[in-house]
Design a protein around this ligand. Structure first.
Ligand code: GUN
Ligand code: ZN
Length: 428
């Protein structure tokens, strides 16, 4: 009943291609099929065989386009959508000049609703089916985002951004109000529709120790939710953290001291890490999130993908819009490739695709549920045209295998390469 069969090339993963040989980790079929039942993936296999076995299914033939899991953006700021690509600043000046004034506007729920809807629609047009977003200090900004995501059937992660110092008037809460508002939002939204709540202290420079302790207490009371923040993005920022927290052993310790280091923690950027920080992230099973277009755009530095993966640290991939310069996870994969090249590692297209789907989903502790084309996962799907522009098409024509055909789209593709997006099996 209401079965849907998508035909095309298919790509799914049996294992992490950083830990397992590519040919064992990735399963690609040239004439594949994905059977969707009740919004979930019911079968993946040979397209003709699935068609014969399920004659009742409605068939959508995507030809030679690639059917992949939808992309999972593991760290972004929806309130920064309208100010993406703001010129000429590094992190702290960028926050003060462009970001904080824009975030002030989210006290207005109508504005927040407009930008939330705009962001979610941009994401879907780029094949991204899950966003993990910071909101602003205003509870209205959180309601707007979760409500707009629910209206689109999307799985999202978000939380009220908490800041009680080093932010302008009108953009500060308190330790108590941050606790109360976060708790109330968490209780309203977490687990409803496809929403996951993340307790969200912005970063330790904008929270007092009291506020970090309040966030840590809330997480201890609700260990089922995620916690997201920023870690070691720019060297100036790290020096500032050292001044603000003189007794902390390092940046990560400013979270650890207050109960904000854990297996459901997401630490954005994580570029300039000390050995102790790497050890602790690995020991507790926390996740770091790589935001490569942001790291080059704001001039933050070169994330050590090979080093972090070699330590077995969960790693997601993210746009970090509007510090990031693109809504596209294809552009984001390209930037991850370039950053890794600058560190002497060539990431394989399978590794890039895995990071943008399963890797991010595992960072969010949602592996097997989203970011996957495997049986049982939600049917959140991106269909990718591997010849979306003349420049890409002429290169892909030379390709001998899927990886060579896909890599030009990873490096040169954008929303024009997304020929269809499905959310829970519904085409959007
Ligand atoms: N660190 C604290 N806040 C932010 C933000 O909004 N964007 C980025 N890139 N880094 C941050
Ligand atoms: Zn961020």
């Amino acid at each position: 009943m209401n079965d849907l069969l998508l035909l095309g090339q298919t790509l799914r993963f049996d294992a992490d291609p950083f830990a397992t040989a590519i040919e064992d980790a990735a399963v690609a079929l040239t004439h594949g099929g994905v059977l969707v039942q009740g919004g979930r993936i019911a079968q993946v296999g040979d397209g003709a065989a699935l068609k014969a076995a399920h004659p009742q299914a409605r068939v959508v033939d995507h030809g030679d386009h690639l059917i992949s899991s939808g992309f999972v953006d593991a760290h972004m700021h929806y309130p920064q959508t309208a100010m993406i690509a703001s010129w000429g600043k590094r992190l702290i000046d960028w926050l003060n000049t462009y970001t904080f004034p824009e975030e002030m506007r989210f006290a207005d729920e109508e504005y927040a609703t407009d930008i939330a809807g705009r962001t979610l629609d941009l994401a879907l047009a780029h094949g991204t089916t899950t966003l993990t977003s910071f909101c602003t200090i205003h509870p209205a900004s959180v309601r707007a985002f979760f409500d707009q995501a629910a209206a689109r059937g999307m799985a999202v992660v978000a939380g009220k951004t908490c800041m009680d110092r080093n932010a302008p008037d009108g953009l500060r809460d308190t330790a108590q109000s941050a606790y109360d508002d976060s708790k109330s939002l968490l209780e309203t939204y977490h687990g409803k529709a496809r929403a996951t709540y993340a307790i969200t202290p912005r970063f330790s420079p904008t929270s007092t120790p009291d506020q970090l302790a309040a966030m840590g207490a809330l997480w201890a009371e609700h260990p089922e939710v995620l916690m997201q923040t920023h870690l070691s993005e720019q060297t100036d920022e790290i020096a500032w953290v050292r001044d603000l927290f003189p007794s902390a052993r390092d940046y990560l310790d400013t979270y650890e001291q207050f109960g904000l280091l854990g297996a459901r923690g997401l630490y954005g950027h994580a570029i300039h890490l000390e050995p102790r920080e790497i050890d602790r992230l690995a020991e507790v099973g926390a996740a770091v999130v790589h935001c490569p277009t942001s790291n080059t755009f704001i001039g933050s530095g070169l994330f050590d993908m090979a080093g972090v993966k070699a330590r077995g640290i969960r790693t997601g991939l993210a746009t970090d819009t509007g510090g990031g310069s693109s809504f596209s996870m294809l552009r984001t994969m390209a930037a991850a490739y370039e950053v890794a090249q600058l560190r002497g590692t060539a990431l394989h297209p399978a590794q890039l695709m895995w990071l943008a789907t399963e890797g991010s989903a595992q960072a969010l502790r949602m592996g097997g549920q989203i970011g996957s084309l495997n049986v049982g996962a939600m049917a959140d799907i991106a269909v990718i045209d591997l010849a979306s522009t003349p420049a890409i098409a002429q290169r892909a024509r030379r390709a001998d295998d899927l990886w060579e055909a896909l890599f030009p789209t990873i490096m040169m593709g954008d929303d024009r390469a997304i020929s269809a997006t499905y959310v829970a099996g519904r085409r959007v």
